[in-house]
Design a protein around this ligand. Structure first.
Ligand code: FE2
Length: 363
């Protein structure tokens, strides 16, 4: 009997076969914080902010450090066209602020759009206009979801970042938002590629914080910006860019399939991209003075941990987190003598090129 090889990639919504679901390889020591919702059911639930309102449930899960998969979102765009657009592997395009394209000012009067038209389409205005339409379509689809989920919040900023350059092995980290104590951020992702986007994730902040409170002397961060605490935890527990791929922490592995939409608070769920090429992600900021009663800000939650500690609450030791090893407790590993620690922003193109060589590359 002749076997027909199964296609290795799927086109979501091709009508032929159901798209594959996200795959999660769970680490037994880490909580299973993956949940899923049907977006149609969210829309049909009462929008009254009560316990039956699935918008509230989704956001409670977001605050509760869950990774939320949204099913049947349905964002229509020309995937074939966009997958043919080649984004240069530069720092600018690594996190491309797509609002540049959404602005009303037309190409002839917009120097930023003209620059993009040159960089992405060799000056072809027709292609740029087509691209403009697709960016608007994708972003409108993402905003439709977020505007629905955030009906009970006040949105202060609604940026959408397109990461359409190749990402290879980031370091495990908490997301660092500048001035993060002043607002709540919401990140939603859409895998726009035709291959899975692969992530690792680790223990939630609410487990890490008490476990390492004493050992890492986190009380010293009570009066410092929230992002300083998150940055220090990332560096001391997981390591830095130079030690990426060598993290010793237990991690889940997740394969987000093409078309997958997920929401996850990177400030509380440590994560790293192992491989990915095309994603759009929101960077929404919520007014933290206008949060619903059921949405405590991250700052208030972290402050409560500091306060409990001052009040003498016994902190759990790291031994309560089985399998935790952190070889970088004294700071990230240093590069060999004579090797300059790279400035990621400045050296990004070079670093990327250096990682792709016609020989074995040891990173
Ligand atoms: Fe991140």
């Amino acid at each position: 009997m002749e076997l027909t090889p199964r296609a290795l990639t799927f086109a979501p919504g091709d009508g032929q076969s159901p798209p594959p679901m996200t795959q999660v390889y769970l680490h037994p020591d880490i909580a299973d914080y993956f949940v899923e919702y049907d977006f149609g059911e969210v829309l049909r639930s009462p929008a009254d902010g009560g316990p039956g309102d699935l918008r509230r449930k989704v956001m409670e899960d977001y605050v509760g450090e869950k990774c939320i998969l949204l099913r049947n979102v349905g964002i229509d765009y020309d995937r074939a066209f966009l997958s043919g657009v080649s984004f240069p592997p530069t720092w600018y395009f690594k996190k491309f602020p797509s609002k540049v394209v959404e602005r009303d000012k037309p190409l002839d009067r917009n120097p930023l759009k003209q620059e993009l038209c040159r960089d992405l389409f060799g000056g072809d205005k027709g292609l740029f206009h087509r691209f403009e339409g697709e960016v608007r379509a994708v972003n409108a689809g993402i905003r439709r979801v977020l505007d629905e989920l955030l009906r009970h919040h006040r949105i202060e900023a609604s940026d959408i970042i397109w990461r359409h350059t190749e990402t290879r092995v980031e370091n495990l980290h908490f997301d660092i938002d500048q001035d993060s104590g002043a607002f709540e951020s919401v990140r939603l992702y859409l895998n726009m590629d035709d291959i899975p986007r692969i992530w690792h994730t680790s223990h939630e902040l609410s487990r890490i914080l008490p476990a390492y409170y004493d050992e890492l002397e986190l009380g010293a961060f009570a009066s410092q910006p929230l992002e300083k605490l998150l940055q220090t935890l990332s560096l001391r527990l997981f390591g830095n860019w130079m030690s990426r791929g060598r993290e010793q922490f237990p991690r889940h592995m997740v394969l987000f399939e093409p078309g997958d939409v997920w929401i996850c608070d990177g400030r509380t769920v440590p994560h790293q991209v192992i491989y990915g090429r095309r994603v759009a992600s929101s960077f929404y900021r919520l007014d933290s003075a206008a949060l619903p009663a059921w949405h405590p800000s991250l700052k208030s939650k972290v402050d409560a941990v500091h306060d409990a500690h001052v009040a003498g609450a016994p902190a759990a030791g790291p031994e309560t987190l089985k399998g935790y090893v952190y070889p970088f407790a004294a700071g990230g590993p240093k590069p060999p003598p004579g090797v300059r620690h790279p400035d990621l922003k400045k050296d990004w193109d070079k670093l990327y090129e250096e990682s792709l060589q016609p020989k074995l590359v040891r990173l």
